[in-house]
Design a protein around this ligand. Structure first.
Ligand SMILES: [Zn+2]
Length: 299
């Protein structure tokens, strides 16, 4: 199975789904939305796809087969609607799309869908939370690291936590790390700092970027962005995505393990053994369909 889902021919997907190894579909959730005068409209698509790409080797090291689905490029983006280039869709449309994609992935036997989201428009985040609940209610595991929750927000940069987190230092760094060719550096370096907090403005009832103090569709400190910071943020986000996938799979009885040299870190107290075919570490339980044909104790 190729890491890029849509690059597979259908027999490749069939064989992967029949292999007995759980297959995780990572769905990058972006937007087509104004991101200041210096970043492209597809900033959130780039960030979410790159987060997924950073997660792939981490998942592989845990014996989890993952593939990155085509991204969601159109999502609710009400705050940026006034800016040319923003394409905002209704939350009902977005939610229906997510539910339909999840139902299709479930029907063909994927083990889990993982939402890699970097688009934090309040309507979008609220829609994602509802969709996650509804998908889980169908019995399909969803991994969703919600970076707007305090616990995960605290793992990201100070600017992100301040709420001045649209097209500022945080997002600009992420695009510089992934697609520097799409950053207008002259425009970036000419931008005044804009410490206005979007999250505080949301709480006070602002309905647009202009009302929130961002007349040029950016907040924060784009001048201070760097590719190095972007790489660090990707590592943090990818780790959160992986942890969410492990949690979602563990809830279904699929326990993974991390290789640290030759020793093994046990997860969930399960006794693990290696699947000779896939090099995957699996729980030593009698009724696990993934354990069929396993041989070779790890320790
Ligand atoms: Zn963004």
């Amino acid at each position: 199975m190729k890491a890029e889902f849509a690059a597979n021919a259908w027999p490749g997907m069939r064989d992967a789904l029949n292999s007995g190894t759980p297959v995780v579909g990572i769905l990058p959730c972006g937007a087509t939305e104004a991101h200041g005068p210096h970043l492209p409209l597809n900033t959130d698509v780039i960030i979410s796809e790159t987060m997924a790409a950073y997660a792939l080797p981490l998942l592989a090291a845990r014996g989890i087969a993952a593939t990155v689905l085509p991204p969601l490029a159109y999502m609710p983006a009400n705050y940026a609607e006034a800016f040319s280039g923003t394409v905002s869709i209704r939350t009902a449309t977005a939610k229906a799309l997510l539910l339909d994609i999840a139902a299709s992935l479930k029907a063909q036997g994927l083990a889990c869908v993982a939402l890699a989201n970097s688009h934090f428009d309040p309507a979008n985040v609220a829609m994602l939370r509802e969709a996650v609940d509804e998908i889980r209610a169908t019995g399909f595991p969803v991994a969703f690291p919600d970076f707007t929750r305090r616990k995960l927000a605290q793992t990201l940069t100070a600017e992100f936590q301040s709420g001045a987190c649209h097209a500022g230092q945080y997002e600009t760094s992420l695009v510089m790390a992934a697609r520097p060719d799409l950053v207008d550096d002259a425009a970036r370096l000419s931008l005044q700092d804009n410490p206005a907090s979007l999250t505080e403005a949301f709480a006070k009832g602002a309905r647009t970027f202009e009302q929130a103090g961002g007349p040029n569709a950016y907040f924060g400190f784009p001048r201070h962005a760097s590719a190095e910071e972007g790489i660090e943020s990707y590592r943090t986000m990818a780790a959160a995505l992986v942890a969410a996938v492990e949690e979602a799979l563990a809830a279904r009885g699929w326990t993974t393990t991390v290789s640290i040299g030759k020793s093994q870190l046990r997860v969930g107290g399960a006794r693990l053994r290696r699947d000779a075919r896939y090099g995957i570490n699996l729980p030593d339980s009698g009724d696990c369909r993934l354990c069929e044909g396993n041989s070779g104790e790890i320790d």
